[in-house]
Design a protein around this ligand. Structure first.
Ligand SMILES: NC(=O)c1ccc[n+]([C@@H]2O[C@H](COP(=O)([O-])OP(=O)(O)OC[C@H]3O[C@@H](n4cnc5c(N)ncnc54)[C@H](O)[C@@H]3O)[C@@H](O)[C@H]2O)c1
Length: 342
């Protein structure tokens, strides 16, 4: 892009959108021109914080303004597709919050539209911008864990209980995006079990298993009905194991020099055939940085400088496919579904 500064409109200034407003209002390389929401009270709050913005309840006002280069969408999920499609058709680079859409077929339309129009399409997979997750990724890619075997994630707490989506759609997008990012391979089956205790038809707790084409496996446990607040990722490799605990303030990553190996020496006694290794536990220093600020800066950089997007439309589509396959499995008592069929 031949400009130095992007003009941005944020659509949706609710619980999460207000954080995007704050970040884009203060980020380098952009000017926040519009904040749009159907709720005038929310607009008044943002206008008070950032008097230089224009506020509107009509997205067309922002989309028809040729000064606006990019649109950030943080509406409720069922509106994502309609608003993102409008933004892309209006020629705007588009950032959509996670999950990209409620249906993979809609996500595919957005990916195609962005490609056809030569526009950037990014999805708010926040944790792909977490410095600790990036550290984990670097360790895996550098072979520090040996061959990655499997990953499991826990995202549980008491609340926030949603009424318009289940715990799988509300919480798992983060885990599914981290898992696919870390393992870097294509998911081929999702099998999920869950139960609805508080509201009819809305699962409060889900246990899902995802299998990958190269034999890797992942498990996601997500719940808003749990006594613990846990935000944890565990990666088990052939040589080492690592954890990322987002509830820790400083020591978020631990690397365990632990493992098990089979000896192929025929002289070894049966009892000694499997050797277990219990080595050091290292707590590395991980760079700091607010993931949301890093995510917003990445979007600005990608639009201005043509840097490839880490969480692009294809990544968004992959996550929605896994979510849809998991939803189908929930309906069918854990039967496995292939995300590619969605
Ligand atoms: N990245 C994260 O960690 C994270 C955390 C929470 C939520 N989110 C995502 O952010 C998005 C918003 O979630 P939320 O919890 O803020 O929801 P919310 O209901 O609090 O806010 C949505 C806002 O969008 C507005 N809106 C809806 N349709 C609109 C339209 N056509 N034009 C203008 N405004 C419109 C609503 O008035 C509302 O204020 C969701 O996609 C959610 O999954 C992301």
């Amino acid at each position: 892009m031949s400009k130095d500064i992007l003009n941005i409109a944020v659509i949706g200034a609710g619980y999460w959108g207000k954080n995007l407003v704050r970040n884009f209002a203060t980020a380098n390389g952009c000017t926040l021109k519009y904040v749009c929401d159907l709720n005038e009270k929310l607009l008044a709050v943002e206008k008070k914080k950032f008097p230089f913005i224009e506020t509107t309840t009509c997205i067309d006002e922002a989309l028809n303004d040729s000064d606006v280069d990019a649109v950030i969408i943080a509406t409720d999920v069922p509106r994502h597709f309609e608003v993102a499609q409008k933004a892309l058709k209006a020629g705007k680079h588009t950032f959509v919050e996670k999950p990209m859409t409620s249906k993979a077929s809609d996500a595919k339309v957005l990916v195609e539209l962005a490609k056809e129009k030569g526009l950037k399409l990014m999805v708010g997979h926040l944790l792909e911008y977490h410095p600790a997750v990036n550290y984990l990724k670097e360790m895996i890619d550098r072979g520090q864990l040996g061959k990655p075997y499997y990953v499991y994630t826990q995202r549980v707490n008491l609340g926030i209980v949603r009424q318009d989506e289940n715990a799988w759609w509300s919480l798992a997008p983060h885990d599914v995006s981290i898992i696919c990012y870390l393992l870097g391979s294509e998911p081929i089956s999702v099998s999920a079990h869950g139960q609805c205790y508080l509201q009819k038809g809305i699962e409060d707790v889900v246990f899902a298993t995802i299998k990958f084409e190269d034999g890797k496996m992942a498990n996601v446990h997500c719940s808003w009905l749990d006594p613990h607040k846990i935000r944890k990722v565990t990666v088990v490799g052939s040589d080492k194991m690592m954890t990322f605990d987002d509830m820790e303030t400083a020591e978020k990553i631990r690397m365990y020099d632990k493992g098990a190996a089979i000896k192929h020496d025929i002289t070894t006694s049966y009892a000694d055939i499997i050797s277990l290794r219990f080595g050091d536990i290292v707590i590395p220093k991980v760079p700091s940085g607010e993931p949301l600020a890093l995510e917003c800066a990445h979007f600005i950089d990608c639009v201005l400088n043509g840097t490839p997007i880490r969480s692009d439309g294809i990544d968004g589509l992959r996550v929605v496919r896994v979510l849809e396959a998991g939803q189908e499995s929930l309906k069918n008592n854990g039967e496995p579904f292939n995300p590619k069929d969605f």
